[in-house]
Design a protein around this ligand. Structure first.
Ligand SMILES: Cc1cc2nc3c(=O)[nH]c(=O)nc-3n(C[C@H](O)[C@H](O)[C@H](O)COP(=O)(O)OP(=O)(O)OC[C@H]3O[C@@H](n4cnc5c(N)ncnc54)[C@H](O)[C@@H]3O)c2cc1C
Length: 372
């Protein structure tokens, strides 16, 4: 029996799509043509991003060639960004104006750093996402170092802010420079969502290297020379880095799809839109109705094989599987001094071994999605 051809479009080549892209060759035998739409042929792995900033890794070591992945499975690559969706017509509208039809579609378009609420953020600060921005931060630090000892301000005291501060320190050391590095934090503690031992270890690791931590400093504006708090304290700053947390993109809300309060595509446990079963999604851009997960890469990676299975099942009319995940996970932070901090729910430890373990896990993950 000849099946009618269907078109599956992957939007974004993020962590939740890597597994499907690697196994894209499974779709054509089912009469499915695949297309990936992404702004670049490369997707950067966030876990190794801070290491790229410091120079521990080269950009080529931390990125996946998603164009090569989809093409090796017989699919097409379209360079571009999806701007909106017409779910009734099953059509994607790209920023370029191009329109692409789908029979079923999967979104993995990630999240963006919140810039709203801090005036000047767009013009005078570097956001930590997309991860490729970390290359621009590296260049800006090296440029300003040529003129003296720059003042660098990392805004945000979560894991990304902590890792970036530690890795900017390393970048400066490796280049025999000097810099005044500060982490400003709107609350009264670093890593508020973590075990108190992780908080203590992170603070100690940064302060012993001379990195200043300014608590209760809620940034209200950024200009060419300084970051300014709500209480009008000015902190001189040559390079400002924003690691203030992420929100999903506005595509879904603008397209009239059902979303969670923060604008993420609202999906069922099957990673399918609660309104349109032909729309799937994974990673930071979705919220599982009734079971929201933290927006971290761990969940995007755990969703990846389920998303793939469900896309296959959708085509073959087999039952789809629910995504159920443990709520616990361990993060290893790369502190930039050759050491890591492992922060689990109950277990926290630090040292060189923690960084080596992270390096091993990360490089193994990368190698899974490399073509020979
Ligand atoms: C510095 C830093 C370090 C981190 N370290 C860790 C860690 O160690 N462990 C961890 O679990 N989490 C970590 N995170 C969090 C992690 O980055 C995110 O949770 C993870 O990237 C989410 O994966 P994703 O695939 O949903 O999105 P992303 O990784 O953001 O991928 C989305 C992809 O979609 C593409 N895209 C975006 N918009 C469009 C569009 N409109 N059309 C088409 N394509 C589009 C992008 O180019 C990108 O390739 C870190 C975050 C930062 C900032």
């Amino acid at each position: 029996m000849v099946r009618e051809k269907k078109r599956l479009v992957f939007v974004g080549g993020g962590h939740a799509h890597l597994y499907s892209l690697k196994h894209a060759h499974r779709f054509p035998p089912l009469g499915v043509e695949t297309t990936l739409i992404a702004p670049s042929r490369h997707h950067y792995y966030s876990g190794m991003g801070p290491g790229m900033l410091s120079g521990t890794y080269e950009p080529e070591q931390i990125r996946f060639d998603v164009k090569a992945l989809i093409e090796s499975g017989g699919g097409d690559f379209v360079k571009g960004k999806v701007d909106s969706i017409d779910p009734e017509k099953r059509m994607l509208i790209l920023e370029s104006g191009e329109r692409i039809d789908y029979d079923f579609v999967s979104f993995n378009v990630g999240s963006r750093v919140v810039l709203e609420g801090i005036s000047g953020a767009k013009d005078f600060a570097f956001a930590v996402k997309p991860i490729e921005n970390l290359e621009n931060i590296r260049k800006a630090v090296l440029d300003t170092m040529r003129k003296g000892a720059p003042k660098i301000c990392v805004i945000g005291g979560g894991p990304a802010g902590v890792e970036l501060a530690g890795n900017i320190w390393r970048l400066v050391q490796e280049n025999q420079g000097r810099a005044d590095i500060a982490v400003v934090n709107s609350g009264d503690r670093l890593l508020p969502a973590f075990h108190q031992r992780a908080r203590r270890l992170a603070r100690k690791s940064l302060t012993k290297r001379g990195i200043r931590i300014l608590d209760n400093f809620r940034v209200q504006s950024i200009d060419r020379k300084a970051v300014v708090s709500r209480s009008d304290t000015r902190l001189d700053c040559d390079v400002a880095v924003l690691a203030t947390g992420v929100v999903p993109p506005t595509i879904f809300a603008r397209s009239g799809l059902r979303t969670s309060e923060d604008g993420a595509l609202l999906v069922s446990a099957y990673l399918q839109s609660v309104e349109y079963p032909e729309i799937f999604g994974g990673g930071d851009c979705i919220t599982v109705e009734g079971h929201p997960f933290r927006r971290i890469g761990v969940y995007a990676v755990r969703q990846a094989p389920i998303l793939f299975q469900n896309l296959l099942s959708y085509r073959t009319a087999r039952p789809v599987k629910p995504f159920r995940s443990r709520r616990n996970y361990g993060l290893i932070m790369n502190m930039g001094d050759g050491r890591g901090i492992y922060a689990g729910k109950y277990l926290v430890w630090s040292g060189r071994l923690a960084f080596r373990l992270k390096h091993r896990i990360d490089t193994r993950f990368m190698s899974q999605f490399r073509l020979p």
